[in-house]
Ligand binder design. Structure first.
Ligand SMILES: [Zn+2]
Length: 165
């Protein structure tokens, strides 16, 4: 080790030189650690406190495993009857063919047939369940009819299909 100067001014200059050198060395160390993936950000400590201890964690964490294969829930194109249609419409006979009495949904009736029509109104698939209601009046069983299929002229709003049971 070289001899230190004796006068205060020379010592002050030496200290300033050492401080400057120290600063440059710290900067250099920080730069090198950055290349190694080690930095003070891992420890919430200033760079000078990091030391030379190697962290056990990899710089780049291993990616989380993703399941292979097709998406869950992917099904074919066959439209099956759904258990929870968006709408249920009951089609009753208008009136008694014998006495002319008008029927409404308030009249006691039984569902004898049904089918489901699948429409795409907006982006959502909407299902209307059509039920044919039967009313017995004057000893005659009378039932409604399925409505005529609406075929929209707008290409983006078309009837996809309908199923009969
Ligand atoms: Zn009647």
């Amino acid at each position: 080790m070289k001899d230190l100067p004796n006068d205060i001014d020379s010592l002050k200059i030496l200290i300033l030189e050492l401080l400057e050198e120290n600063k440059q060395l710290k900067a250099e160390i920080a730069k090198l650690r950055g290349r190694l993936g080690l930095n003070s950000g891992n420890s919430h400590k200033p760079p000078s406190s990091d030391g030379y201890k190697k962290t056990t964690k990899p710089a780049i964490p291993k990616s989380v495993k993703h399941p292979h294969g097709g998406k869950v829930g992917h099904k074919g194109k066959t439209l099956k009857q759904v258990s929870n249609p968006d709408h249920v419409k009951v089609h009753l006979p208008e009136k008694c063919t014998c006495c002319g009495r008008k029927f409404s949904e308030k009249n006691k009736h039984q569902t004898i047939k049904n089918r489901q029509v699948f429409d795409i109104p907006d982006p959502k698939l909407e299902v209307t369940k059509h039920q044919i209601g039967q009313i017995t009046c004057c000893g005659v069983k009378q039932h409604g009819k399925y409505p005529k299929l609406k075929i929209s002229k707008e290409p983006q709003c078309t009837t996809v299909g309908h199923l009969f049971t």
